[in-house]
Write a protein that binds this ligand. Structure first.
Ligand code: SAH
Ligand code: SF4
Length: 367
C-alpha cells in the first residue's frame, strides 16, 4: 500500500487486504463493505462524507487513510475533445530521488457521443524500444503500482462527474491499456488493478469493455486469459519475423510462430471472441500490397480482426504515415481474404495524444 502524507492510501488496495486491515482495527466487514462502496461506487473524496459509518469511525479512517488520486502536472484538450493528462507519481512510489522530477505518466481520455474511453499507462517509459513508438525512446523507469493504475480511472470519473450523484448519461465505460509501457511486463499490478476495476461491488467495469494491448509477451498471455478474461489487442505491425524484428526487437524473443499459436488459443482460454491485431501503417515499410498479402496469409484461419492504425509522427521519428491510397489498398487486400479490418481514427493529434508524446514533449520543454 503506498503512503501519502503519512497516511495509507486506500485506492488500489485489494478488497481482502482492506477487509483484513479493518478487522484488525476492530471494525466490521460491513463497515469495510460500506467504505468500499463509498470509494468505488459513490466516488467520495473524504471519509467524513461516508454517512453510513458512525462519526468516530469516519474520523478514525480520515486520520489513517487517504483517498488521493494522482497529481496533475499538465492537462491538454484537443480540438476533437480528446483529453490528455500528464500525472506526477506520488513520491513514495518513486524508486530513485534523482529521477523524482521525471517520474510522470500520461493518461488519455477519448469522449465520444455516448461513451468515454480511458487509455491507461502501465509503466514509466518502456524497455522494449519499438522503433516507431515515442515511449520506446524513454528508458523504463518504473512499474506503476495498482494505486497509480486505478487512480488514472478515478481521475477521469472525477473530471467527467461520472458518479451516481451527478446522474450523467455519458459514462466512462471502456478502458484500454494502450498508454505508456508494456502491461504484461507489469503483470502483477495490472492483474490486481483489473480485478479491482471489474469488481461487481465496486467500479464494476464489464470485462468485455477492457482491452489489454501487448507487444506479445507470450508466456504471460495464458495467465492474462485465465486470470482476467479480458479482450486482447496484439501489436503486430509486420507480417514476417524479419520485418517485425526490425520494428520491434521483442520479436527476437517471441517470434511470430509462438505468438500466433498463443493468439489461436487466447479466445478459448479467455472466453473472448477474437484477438485484435494492431497494425500501424508506416509509409514504404510495412504498407505495401506485398505486406498486405503476407499478412492475409499469416492471419488466415485465426480468430482475429485487424485494426489499421495511422502512424502518429513525433520529432525525430524515422517513419512517415502511409498515404490514404496505400491504406485503402492495404485494407482491401485483407478484406478480400475475408479478414475483418477496421481503421482506428487518429485522435488528439494536436495535443500529442499518441503513446509517450506528451511526456516526451514536456521533457523537451524542460531541458
Ligand atoms: N506496450 C503495449 C501497449 C502500449 S502501445 C503495446 O505495444 O501494445 C499502444 C499501441 O500504440 C500499440 O499498438 C503501439 O504499437 C501503438 N503505437 C505506438 N506508437 C505509435 C505511434 N507513434 N503511432 C501510432 N501508434 C503507435
Ligand atoms: Fe513499449 Fe508498446 Fe511502445 Fe513498444 S509500442 S515501445 S511495447 S509502449
Amino acid at each position: 500500500m503506498p503512503q501519502q502524507q503519512n497516511k495509507i492510501c486506500l485506492i488500489g488496495t485489494p478488497w481482502a487486504e482492506m477487509e483484513s486491515q479493518f478487522l484488525t482495527l476492530g471494525l466490521t466487514t460491513l463497515q469495510a463493505r460500506q467504505t468500499w462502496d463509498w470509494v468505488y461506487r459513490q466516488g467520495v473524496l473524504s471519509f467524513l462524507s461516508m454517512t453510513t459509518l458512525p462519526l468516530p469511525v469516519r474520523h478514525r479512517l480520515e486520520a489513517m487513510y487517504s483517498l488521493e488520486r494522482l497529481s496533475v502536472q499538465q492537462e491538454r484538450v484537443s480540438n476533437d475533445g480528446t483529453r490528455k493528462w500528464l500525472f506526477s507519481l506520488p513520491n513514495e512510489a518513486n524508486q530513485c530521488d534523482s529521477l523524482a522530477s521525471e517520474m510522470s505518466i500520461e493518461t488519455v481520455c477519448i469522449p465520444e457521443e455516448r461513451r468515454i474511453t480511458a487509455c491507461l499507462s502501465s509503466q514509466v517509459g518502456c524497455a522494449l524500444q519499438c522503433h516507431f513508438c515515442r515511449t520506446g525512446t524513454m528508458p523504463l523507469q518504473q512499474n506503476l503500482t495498482t494505486h497509480a493504475l486505478v487512480a488514472q480511472v478515478l481521475h477521469i470519473k472525477d473530471v467527467f462527474q461520472d458518479w451516481p450523484q451527478y446522474r450523467k448519461t455519458r459514462r466512462l465505460t471502456h478502458i484500454v491499456f494502450m498508454g505508456m509501457g508494456e502491461p504484461l511486463l507489469n503483470y502483477a499490478a495490472v492483474r490486481e488493478a483489473l480485478t479491482l476495476l471489474m469488481d461487481p461491488h465496486g467500479l464494476a467495469f464489464s470485462r468485455h469493455r477492457i482491452t489489454v494491448s501487448t507487444s506479445g509477451i507470450v508466456p504471460v498471455l495464458a495467465s492474462l486469459a485465465r486470470d482476467c478474461r479480458v479482450p486482447l489487442a496484439l501489436s503486430l505491425h509486420a507480417p514476417s519475423d524479419v520485418l517485425r524484428s526490425q520494428l520491434m526487437p521483442i520479436n527476437e524473443v517471441y517470434p511470430l510462430k509462438d505468438l500466433m499459436q498463443a493468439v489461436r488459443l487466447y479466445p478459448r482460454q479467455s472466453g473472448t471472441v477474437r484477438v485484435t491485431m494492431e497494425y500501424v501503417l508506416l509509409k514504404g515499410v510495412n504498407d505495401r500490397p506485398a505486406e498486405a498479402r503476407e499478412l492475409r496469409a499469416l492471419l488466415r484461419g485465426l480468430p482475429v480482426k485487424v485494426n489499421l492504425l495511422t502512424f502518429n509522427p513525433w520529432a525525430g521519428a524515422p517513419f512517415d504515415p502511409s498515404s490514404e491510397e496505400a491504406t485503402l489498398a492495404f485494407a482491401q487486400i485483407l478484406a478480400q481474404g475475408g479478414i475483418d479490418c477496421f481503421r482506428r481514427r487518429a485522435r488528439g493529434q494536436d495535443i500529442l495524444a499518441a503513446c509517450g508524446q506528451l511526456r516526451a514533449g514536456t521533457a523537451q520543454m524542460t531541458c
